[in-house]
Design a protein around this ligand. Structure first.
Ligand code: BEZ
Ligand code: FE
Length: 301
């Protein structure tokens, strides 16, 4: 056949993948074509709209650099990243919930002693983080590795700043749990912050009258031998953006009450220089294996 109606065309394109040796690739391509053709039919897409979409995607690609991944940001704001996370973590069995990795994981975090202050003198309200890693039955996991990272008081990650190369990491570290599965550190209270809005994804956010904010959170990547790697955040209760995260990453179980404390000493017995906040959170790991996420980008040069 050389001439097709709307639906025959879809079938013919899917048929063109017939000889694809990889069955999963063949299946996914067929599904992509089915969904795209459906979209064009359902919307009666005009030439102008099609050209605008091509221009948007072209500029999204052109915005990507070794330091910036605009396509992942697009996936994030469309909820695709969280959906991929969801379909890959359907069975939790009591394990801590997962959420997006985000673009500011740079890997190679420095192993840091318990109780260390990872803020490197950056201004902010002091916070003590007390945490523990266990299996699903609550047994402590000794020697688990935890990468931690979060934004500063102005909403920037260290890797977004030019000073990263000369001053090294801040608000970013790696810890190893002790025999009781515990680890702790000092830092500053994170604040809510906008995702990058100076590219095509920012245009989409503005055109749809959405806001670009993410609620305040600390990122955790927990790795323990024989357990699925856990990529998650702990959010701060009371943040005004918890109900409207720009990337749809909030889950109720990941919201922690972060209390203001006035005690003169912090939980590890070290004197506090004034009021401080306590974030206490435990991570439950699910047995299994999994891919340890790789950084999306290099740190700023
Ligand atoms: C973040 O948590 O830092 C983040 C996640 C997704 C998109 C942008 C930022
Ligand atoms: Fe973040």
């Amino acid at each position: 056949m050389t001439q097709f109606d709307d639906h025959e065309l879809t079938a013919e394109v899917i048929h063109s993948f017939q000889a694809t040796p990889d069955p999963r690739l063949k299946f996914i391509l067929g599904e992509v074509v089915t969904s795209l053709h459906d979209l064009v039919r359902r919307t009666n897409l005009t030439f102008e709209e099609w050209e605008r979409a091509i221009d948007f995607l072209t500029r999204t690609g052109q915005t990507c650099t070794p330091l910036r991944q605009e396509f992942i940001l697009l996936s994030d704001v469309l909820g695709v990243s969280m959906l991929v996370d969801a379909v890959n973590h359907r069975e939790r069995e009591g394990a801590t919930e997962t959420t997006v990795l985000g673009p500011f994981y740079v890997g190679e975090h420095r192993l840091t002693p318990h109780g260390s202050d990872i803020s490197q003198g950056i201004a902010g309200e002091p916070m003590f983080v007390r945490s523990r890693v266990t299996d699903l039955s609550g047994e402590p996991l000794a020697g688990a590795e935890i990468d931690v990272w979060h934004a500063d008081d102005d909403g920037f990650y260290d890797s977004q700043k030019q000073s990263y190369e000369t001053q090294g990491p801040s608000l970013r570290a790696r810890f190893k749990t002790d025999a009781d599965g515990r680890f702790s550190f000092r830092t500053i209270l994170p604040c809510s912050y906008p995702i990058p809005t100076d590219g095509p994804v920012g245009e989409l956010i503005a055109a749809t009258k959405r806001h670009p904010m993410r609620p305040a959170h600390v990122h955790f990547l927990v790795k323990a031998q024989g357990f699925e790697p856990l990529v998650t955040h702990v959010f701060i209760e009371g943040d005004e953006y918890l109900g409207s995260d720009a990337v749809f990453g909030v889950k109720d179980e990941l919201i922690a009450k972060v209390e203001r404390r006035d005690e003169p000493v912090m939980p590890d017995g070290v004197p506090a220089s004034g009021p401080w906040h306590l974030m206490a959170y435990e991570f439950q790991m699910r047995p299994g294996t999994g891919i340890v996420p790789q950084p999306m980008m290099a740190a700023a040069e």
